[in-house]
Design a protein around this ligand. Structure first.
Ligand code: ARG
Length: 594
C-alpha cells in the first residue's frame, strides 16, 4: 500500500518553487495549475502575482519559465497569452506514475492524513409505512458517501434513524391487541422459504389501514389507543413486545428493498427514534436549565432571531409540546448528544430531504447553544432535492399516488434487461447472464441518475434516458468496463499488460492517462466536500476518454509492435481497475460481459 502523488501534485510543487525563486515574496502562492487543452497543464498563478508585484506578467512568466528547465517530469514549458504557463509533462513520467498506481491495490489513492469519526444519518424509512422515492435518494447518496469516506480511511458509523416511535404506534399496538392475528405469517418461514418483504408490507399496510379506520370512527378506541401510547412510553412489557413485532415485520420489508437496491444495511446501525426515548426528558431538562429553551404557552421552545414565519412572528423549535409529548426535534437533539458524547463523532452528516433544512438548522443551532456541538465537530445537513416526473412535478403514479420504490426498481430492471438482451444476444450471453446483468445495469442506472445530479438539485426520473447506451449514464460506463475485459479475453497468449515508459504516447493515450492519474486527487476532494456527483462525472469522463482511445489506438494490433501492445493493455487494465473501483464506491456493479 503506497500512496502515489499525482503528476499534477508534483508539478504544483515544482511550479510553486519556481514562482518563489522568481519572486521571493511569492512564498506559498498558489500556481493555479489546471488541466488544459493546449498543453497538459496550464499555470495561471503568474498573473495575480505580477499584479501584486506590479510587474509585467509576460516578463514575469518568462522569468518563472527559466526556473522550469526540462527534466524527468517536465518536457516543456511555454508562455502563452497574457502570462499563462503551458506545461507539457514527459511521457515517461506519465507512464511510470501510472505503473506505480497499477502496482498498488488502492491504485495509489492516499488515505486521509487526519481520519476522524463520521456518523452519517441516511436510509431512514418509517416503520409500518411503505418506502418511497425520498427514501431512495437518502439511501443511495448515503451509501456512496459512506463508501467513499471509508475508502479514504475515515471511521464511519451509519445511523439509520428510522421512524419507529410516536403516537401512531399506540393505535397500531392497540389494534393488534384487539385483533391478535393481524400480523400472523402464513407459515412461510416454517417452509424454510425466504421471508417475503412484499408480504410483510402488505400485512403492515392492512394493519395500518384497518387501525386508522377504527381510530377515526370509534371514539372509545381512540381513547384506548391514546392510553396505549402512555404504556408504550412507560415501557410496559406487553406493549413493547407488540411494538417490537411491528418493527421486526417492517425490517423484513426494509431489508428486502435494500437487498434489491444492492445496499447493505446492518442491524446494529438501525438506531431509530425509539432508541433516544430514554434521553428525551434529560435533553429537555438540560435545555430548560441552561435557559436555551423557555416555556411558551406551556410548550418548551427555542427561539431564533433570524427565523421568522410569514407573519413576522418568530418560529420556535418545539422540544416539548404543551401536553408533555416529545416530537421529532427532541429526538434529534438527543441523537446529537449521543453521537458526539458516546460515539465521539468528529463529523455529523445528515442525508435528508431539503424540505427538512429548517429543522436541521434549528437543531444544530440549539445543540451549539447547549454546548453539545462545539467548534471541534463538523456538522452538515446534506439536503437532496426532489425526484420529478416527466411533467416536472414531483414524481407520482398516474393515479396521483406516491410511487412505490419497489415498483420503480422493478421497472428499471425490466428496461435494462431489454437493453442488455439486445446486445447480449449478439455476444452470446446466456439467459442467466442476461438476467444478472439486467439487474446490475438497472439498479446501477437508478443509482447513477441519482448520484450524477448534484445533491441539492431536483431531477427528472426518466428511465429511457437512464438506461441509454449513449450519454451520461452508468450503462455507458459499465459498457466501457466490459470492453476492457473483452480486450483481455481476445488477447493472444503472451499479450499481457505491461508499462513501457520509454514509449511515446499518442494524444488519446495521454488524455486517458492524465485523467487516470487524477483519480486519487478527485477522491480526496470528494471526501471533504461530500459531493458524489463529482465521482460520477469523473467516471463518465474516464469512460469517454477510454472510448476515444479505443477508437484511435488499436490495442491488440498496435502498429508499434509487442511493446506498444503491452503498454496499451496496461492502460486498459488501469482503466478497468479505476472504473471498477470508482463505480464500486458509488454502489454500482461492473458486469464482465455486456
Ligand atoms: N424518517 C424521516 C423521514 O422519513 C427521516 C429521518 C431523518 N433523520 C433524522 N435524524 N431526522 O422523513
Amino acid at each position: 500500500m503506497a500512496s502515489v502523488p499525482s503528476l499534477s501534485a508534483s508539478l504544483q510543487q515544482r511550479v510553486s518553487t519556481a514562482l518563489t525563486a522568481a519572486v521571493p515574496s511569492a512564498e506559498g502562492a498558489d500556481p493555479l495549475l489546471r488541466r488544459s487543452d493546449r498543453a497538459d497543464f496550464q499555470a495561471n498563478g503568474v498573473l495575480g502575482l505580477a499584479k501584486r508585484a506590479k510587474t509585467n506578467p509576460q516578463a514575469l512568466a518568462a522569468t518563472v519559465l527559466a526556473q522550469l528547465p526540462p527534466d524527468d517530469l517536465i518536457a516543456g514549458v511555454e508562455v502563452s497569452g497574457p502570462g499563462f504557463l503551458n506545461i507539457t509533462v514527459a511521457d515517461a513520467a506519465i507512464t511510470a506514475n501510472l505503473a506505480r498506481r497499477l502496482d498498488d491495490d488502492r491504485l495509489g489513492v492516499p488515505l486521509k492524513p487526519d481520519p476522524g469519526i463520521t456518523v452519517i444519518d441516511y436510509a431512514q424509512p418509517n416503520v409500518a409505512k411503505e418506502m418511497h422515492v425520498g427514501h431512495l435518494r437518502s439511501s443511495v447518496i448515503g451509501d456512496a458517501i459512506t463508501k467513499i469516506l471509508r475508502f479514504a480511511g475515515e471511521r464511519v458509523i451509519p445511523r439509520h434513524h428510522i421512524g419507529d416511535w410516536g403516537t401512531q404506534f399506540g393505535m397500531l399496538v392497540q389494534y393488534l391487541i384487539e385483533h391478535p392475528h393481524e400480523l400472523d405469517h402464513g407459515g412461510d418461514e416454517a417452509d424454510g422459504e425466504k421471508l417475503d418483504g412484499e408480504e410483510s408490507m402488505s400485512r403492515l399496510d392492512r394493519l395500518y389501514k384497518a387501525s386508522r379506520k377504527v381510530f377515526d370512527s370509534d371514539e372509545e378506541f381512540k381513547d384506548r389507543a391514546r392510553r396505549r401510547v402512555v404504556d408504550l412510553q412507560a415501557g410496559d412489557k406487553e406493549t413493547i413486545a407488540l411494538w417490537q413485532q411491528i418493527v421486526d415485520e417492517s425490517k423484513i420489508y426494509f431489508y428486502s428493498v435494500y437487498d434489491k437496491l444492492d445496499i447493505q444495511i446492518v442491524d446494529e446501525d438501525i438506531v431509530g427514534e425509539s432508541a433516544y426515548n430514554d434521553m428525551l426528558v434529560e435533553t429537555c431538562r438540560l435545555l430548560e436549565e441552561s435557559g436555551v429553551a423557555v416555556r411558551s404557552n406551556g410548550a418548551l421552545c427555542v427561539f431564533f432571531d433570524d427565523i421568522k414565519g410569514k407573519d413576522g412572528e418568530p418560529v420556535p423549535l418545539i422540544v416539548q409540546k404543551a401536553d408533555g409529548g416529545f416530537g421529532y426535534p427532541a429526538t434529534d437533539l438527543s441523537a446529537v448528544r449521543d453521537r458526539t458524547a458516546n460515539l465521539h463523532a468528529t463529523t455529523l452528516l445528515y442525508v435528508v430531504d431539503v424540505r427538512q433544512s429548517l429543522h436541521f438548522r434549528m437543531v444544530f443551532e440549539t445543540a451549539r447553544r447547549a454546548g453539545w456541538l462545539t467548534d471541534d465537530t463538523t456538522v452538515k445537513h446534506l439536503p437532496f432535492g426532489t425526484l420529478l416526473g416527466k411533467d416536472g412535478k414531483p414524481f407520482k403514479t398516474r393515479a396521483g399516488e406516491r410511487v412505490r420504490l419497489e415498483d420503480l426498481l422493478d421497472e428499471a430492471v425490466e428496461r435494462a434487461t431489454a437493453v442488455v438482451r439486445e446486445k447480449g444476444e449478439k455476444i452470446g450471453l446466456t439467459e442467466e447472464e442476461i438476467t444478472a446483468n439486467g439487474v446490475q445495469v438497472g439498479i446501477g442506472a437508478v443509482k447513477y441518475a441519482d448520484l450524477s445530479t448534484s445533491l441539492g438539485r431536483d431531477y427528472v426520473f426518466d428511465l429511457d434516458r437512464m438506461v441509454s447506451l449513449n450519454g451520461d449514464t452508468s450503462v455507458y460506463i459499465q459498457y466501457a468496463y466490459a470492453r476492457t475485459r473483452s480486450i483481455f479475453r481476445k488477447a493472444a497468449a503472451g499479450q499481457t499488460a505491461k508499462a513501457h515508459p520509454e514509449l511515446p504516447l499518442a494524444p488519446a493515450e495521454r488524455a486517458l492517462a492524465l485523467h487516470l492519474d487524477a483519480f486519487g486527487d478527485t477522491l480526496a476532494e470528494i471526501a471533504t466536500v461530500y459531493e458524489p456527483h463529482r465521482l460520477a462525472s469523473y467516471l463518465f469522463q474516464l469512460a469517454s476518454l477510454f472510448t476515444t482511445f479505443y477508437e484511435q489506438c488499436p490495442v491488440l494490433t498496435a502498429e508499434g509492435g509487442p511493446a506498444e501492445v503491452e503498454n496499451r493493455l496496461f492502460l486498459c487494465e488501469l482503466t478497468a481497475r479505476t472504473l471498477h473501483k470508482g463505480l464500486g464506491l458509488l454502489g454500482i456493479r461492473t458486469p464482465e460481459r455486456l
